[in-house]
Design a binder for this molecule. Structure first.
Ligand SMILES: Nc1ncnc2c1ncn2[C@@H]1O[C@H](COP(=O)(O)OP(=O)(O)OP(=O)(O)O)[C@@H](O)[C@H]1O
Ligand SMILES: [Mg+2]
Length: 304
């Protein structure tokens, strides 16, 4: 499926699987990415149908302005509040391909920029997702960038300042970024520790857009649209979410996300009783503390 988000997401595991698959193919079928035309390489990364995105403030206009000057952008906000959906929507709106990289601490610079592969006809270079995006002109979205080690993150530095280049050191090539190329990272301000944070020299290369859970009516609209429940049920779910968010720092590490409210709504829309749906989708995942579960259960029974 071309528009499947999984297909647009790189991970070292996926790359390893793809490498193994490529090695099984006859050598003649394997072409170095740099030989192919940009349009061909990027076709699979185009967001073909409009993703549903409900603007919350002026983030769409601000992003468009940032893209027009190719400013690297950092999307900041808690889990499940719409960052990934927003970047997919913007890529669709701007008609630019979107290459998403799920960052993790095992990721190396080679996973981003590329590596030499050995096959039947010898060694050949394979661009990593960052190199593909820079060379051919896509939006490269590094999701949860703080998970990557700092020595991996610094490879984006020359792309995120006035130089806009990507040195492929192992290959001895300097890729000049395509005019359409832009880099976007996501960052959850609550999660980093002293050991795991972006360097100032990385942070200061980005403009930042703050994301948060939308205000009541907007969030209810999103929950109703995404899950298929009525607006009244969605409003009740949002009330429960707001109650739980007030417990953040008082026993809960993180508030209930919009994503969780949508999960609960989806179960209700499938005919699951609201109490059971909320327990499964809202209460049980976020806490194991019996008192906290009781407090959340009673918030649920207030509204259902
Ligand atoms: N403004 C919005 N418009 C439309 N849908 C939204 C909006 N905000 C949140 N959503 C819904 O919430 C879900 C979760 O959002 P998303 O996956 O974008 O979160 P995220 O901020 O990327 O989270 P994480 O940090 O965990 O990756 C989306 O799948 C979408 O259904
Ligand atoms: Mg996301």
């Amino acid at each position: 499926m071309r528009n499947d988000p999984f297909m647009r997401t790189y991970s070292p595991r996926q790359q390893a699987m793809a490498r193994a698959q490529a090695q099984q193919q006859p050598a003649a079928d394997v072409r170095p990415a740099s030989d192919a035309s940009g349009a061909g390489v990027l076709a699979q990364y185009l967001v073909e149908s409009e993703p549903y995105y409900r603007p919350v403030a002026d983030e769409v206009e601000l992003y468009e302005a940032a893209y027009s000057v190719r400013m690297p952008i950092m999307l900041k906000g808690p889990t499940g509040c719409g960052k990934t959906r927003f970047v997919e929507y913007m890529a669709w709106k701007l008609q630019k391909p979107l290459i998403t990289v799920a960052c993790n601490e095992d990721m190396t610079a080679s996973d981003l920029v590329g590596r030499f592969l050995l096959d039947a006809s010898g060694t050949r270079w394979q661009d990593g997702p960052l190199a593909v995006a820079a060379r051919h002109g896509a939006i490269c979205y590094l999701d949860e960038v703080v998970e990557a080690r700092q020595d991996t993150t610094v490879v984006i530095h020359p792309l995120t300042d006035a130089r806009r280049v990507l040195p492929l050191e192992k290959k001895g090539e300097l890729v000049e970024a395509h005019p359409d190329f832009q880099i976007v990272i996501s960052y959850n301000p609550g999660y980093q520790s002293l050991m795991k944070d972006l360097k100032q020299s990385t942070k200061q290369r980005f403009g930042a857009l703050d994301f948060n859970y939308p205000e009541h009516d907007v969030e209810a609209e999103i929950v109703a649209h995404e899950s298929g429940v009525s607006i009244d049920v969605a409003k009740n779910l949002v009330h429960i979410g707001e109650r739980a968010r007030n417990l953040k720092g008082h026993g809960l590490d993180e508030g209930l996300s919009t994503r969780m409210l949508i999960y609960a709504g989806s179960l209700i829309a499938k005919g699951v009783a609201p109490l059971a749906a909320c327990r499964v989708a809202l209460v049980r995942p976020i806490t194991d503390d019996p008192d906290m579960r009781d407090a959340l259960d009673s918030a649920v029974t207030t509204y259902f």
